[in-house]
Design a protein around this ligand. Sequence first.
Ligand code: HEC
Length: 450
Amino acid sequence: MKHSSIISYLVLSMSSILVSACFKKPTPTFEKDIASIIFNNCTKCHNPNGVAPFSLTNYENIKKRAKTIAYVTKNRMMPPWPADPSYTHFVGEKLLTESQIQLLQDWVSAGCPIGDLSKAPQAPVYKYKSSLGKPDLVLEYKDTLFIKGNNLDQFYLMKFPFELQKDTIVSAIEFVPGNTKVVHHVNGHIIQYDKGKKSNIYAGKNIINSESIEASEVYNTLEVANDDGTYPILTQSAVNYLPGVLPTVYPDGLFGFRLHKQGAFLFKDIHYGPSSRDTFDVSRINVFFAKKMPKRVTRELQMGTLGVTDIEPPLVIPPNEIKRFITKAKINKDISILTINPHMHKLGKSFWAFAITNKGDTIPLIKIKKWDFNWQYFYTFKKMVKIPAGSTIMVEGVFDNTIHNKNNPFHPPQEVAERAGSMRASDEMFQFIITLMDYELGDESISLEP
Ligand code: HEC
């Protein structure tokens, strides 16, 4: 330390002694300050039924991890929220204020004083394996799935047949990973059987390793077809999961679709990331029913990989390069955006999406300055966002294929590309999925807070 900085350090610390002598700030306590910060911002995931690997629900289990809590909050690693809050805001935004972060630091430095525990707020109780409350229907794997510790990605096809009392309107579907260490992503569809078309919906296999089967054999092996050999309706992408994702729920009456009395969830690929140890998974699907059908139809616009817009230039990332790609979509009628989902894999560095109207105005959508593979939320806007006809939606993804990217799956770096839409974490994807409706007057003021 140079002299000048020692002096300024002394001056600073003296002035802070003076200040604290004048306005003595009380030391934060668990009772008065900390319990409410943790219970409001962390416990939704950190509870015995939540997605996080340990609970933060009482003084003991919070104190036990106090040092790490101070560290991860100071560095804004927790609560996880990759989207830049100075660009756009979303429902359920998880961010601590500077003063909350400071309270946590001060509390831990002071040795985690407890205060009067009998007056401290109580942690919310999450009774169900769900972030949405009590599900109306729960479907769990029938058998525990064994995942071999061979350090390879593994892909499965799965079918979960179900039978309801009658056709039912569904407002939300949630995938709850059993083993969060290995479940990477799920894209789930629903097979909907028309009345009397299928006598045994439980026939056929329920789980197949995708790599052990030809695509043309999948439907036969799962015995998906109707009794007369025709195929049932497939409701696409009804439930999705990516690391850290909590399900999307909309205000009552805005979203829903009809679930036929007889059907099956179909995961065309459930992806398990590489594991070095043999392990197991039992994941589940929670279904939430609604009272009535919504008046309006929601649609999806999928841009980039596997979507309707091209990536420019094609997604090939040479080794030792940081490379930028774009994909754009022209919007030809007024739409209202509800939810967006940016998606990239491990070379992702930053992600940015916005719309430009034909008058040249910019409508911000999302900016993620530091891409985080572990937190790929579906971001729902606080209010619907109108995109007028004639606008262009622009998406920019920057990928880092250098050794400086800690998540680079290859050492030394190798060329990484999109391989026919492969979802392997060591191949890349650049995707932007938009959930939208046709615009109606006044949409801009419709709140999407559930
Ligand atoms: C959206 C769900 C979610 C929220 C909200 C959340 N966490 Fe976490 N947290 C997780 C998950 C999942 C992990 C495990 C990550 C992993 O294994 O890589 C984790 C890990 C941690 C760790 C361990 C980090 C390490 O490297 O050992 C700490 C400490 C932590 N969280 C504290 C908090 C605190 C404090 C809050 C609130 C201010 C919070 N979390 C909010 C999901 C969440």
